[in-house]
Ligand binder design. Structure first.
Ligand code: NAP
Length: 285
């Protein structure tokens, strides 16, 4: 039976360290870090993710500025909101909750964020820095997955990692971070042939496709490490992209859904916001 890697426990450790650093800043008479989150419209999952981020900010002692805009806001008005936040010295991190309504171009909007406040790591400058191996903000979900992997203290050098999903949010940046851990990485997507056979060669299998319980035990090599990124709803219950029941009988480590990757995504957002604060305002890193 696999060992379950608890994202909620690891996230708690990160949040405790961040909260301690916020207390230190306050003892030095410095302001608290501030995260601004822009939500456009009322997409139910987005509303719930934004609430989660707001709650997490408060837990560690950050100021959380939630900016809720109408579904039909035009690009010009949204641009103005972003630029005002760029120019606001009190704001350390800016996040635009995705997905945006169809009439708004997400890349154009993200590109307006000051890269030094881009705590979601999606600005083209930060994406470029990631691929060039330069210091910059990295996307929160891939960062959280790397921390989950590091928490099991395995030597990753030379391991074969298969990432299923090639989105700019998860699969693609994660594949670069896994290369940085010296893994040999294969990316699969919806046009990949023989996906099951490829997955079965993986020492580390990461599934980020958004298809409920798509990966069953027949995709998984005995003893593999399995990271389930997917968030899907079945009968009002959250499930991942992996059949936890049967895959956990084959692999050595597995992340659950919920309480796996999700809490670490939020913990990394807080960490990036604190890093952004230090970048702008100085302090103990
Ligand atoms: P996305 O942008 O929709 O990308 C999905 C990727 O999966 C695409 O690359 C797609 O291939 C690939 N794909 C879809 N069906 C496939 C199949 N049958 N076989 C192989 N590849 C397939 O999604 P995303 O933003 O990466 O998110 C993926 C999942 O992770 C979703 O469930 C999302 O809710 C979840 N998520 C969780 C967190 C968290 O914090 N836990 C954070 C972000 C996302 P093509 O490129 O060929 O279309």
């Amino acid at each position: 039976m696999a060992e379950v890697i608890s994202g909620s426990e690891l996230a708690l450790q990160f949040k405790e360290k961040i909260a301690y650093k916020v207390q230190q800043l306050q003892r030095q008479g410095k302001p608290k870090p501030t995260l601004a989150v822009i939500l456009v419209g009322n997409h139910p999952s987005s509303v719930s993710y934004v609430k989660g981020k707001d709650k997490a900010c408060k837990e560690v002692g950050f100021y959380s500025r939630m900016i809720h805009l109408a579904q039909d806001i035009c690009e010009e008005d949204l641009s103005e909101v972003i630029i005002n936040l760029n120019n606001d010295d009190e704001v350390d991190g800016i996040l635009v909750q995705m997905p945006l309504p169809k009439h708004l171009d997400p890349l154009r909007m993200i590109s307006l964020i000051n890269p030094n406040k881009d705590v979601d790591g999606l600005h083209p400058i930060n994406v470029g820095k990631l691929y060039l191996g330069l210091k910059g903000f990295k996307p929160c979900t891939p960062l959280g997955i790397i921390e989950l992997l590091k928490s099991i203290h395995v030597d990753f050098t030379g391991l074969k990692a298969v990432v299923v999903g090639r989105s700019y949010l998860v699969g693609n940046p994660l594949s670069k971070l896994l290369q940085d851990l010296n893994c040999t990485v294969t990316i699969c997507h919806s046009a990949t042939k023989n996906i099951k056979e490829i997955c079965k060669t993986a020492d580390i299998l990461v599934v980020a496709i958004g298809k409920a319980q798509y990966v069953d035990a027949s995709f998984v090599k005995e003893g593999a490490i399995v990271i389930d990124v997917g968030i899907n709803k079945i009968d009002n219950h959250l499930v991942g992209d992996v059949c936890f029941e049967e895959v956990s009988k084959v692999c050595s480590y597995i992340t659950p859904v919920p309480k796996g990757v999700g809490p670490m995504t939020i913990a990394m957002l807080l960490q990036n916001t604190l890093d952004s604060y230090y970048l702008a305002k100085g302090g103990i890193e």
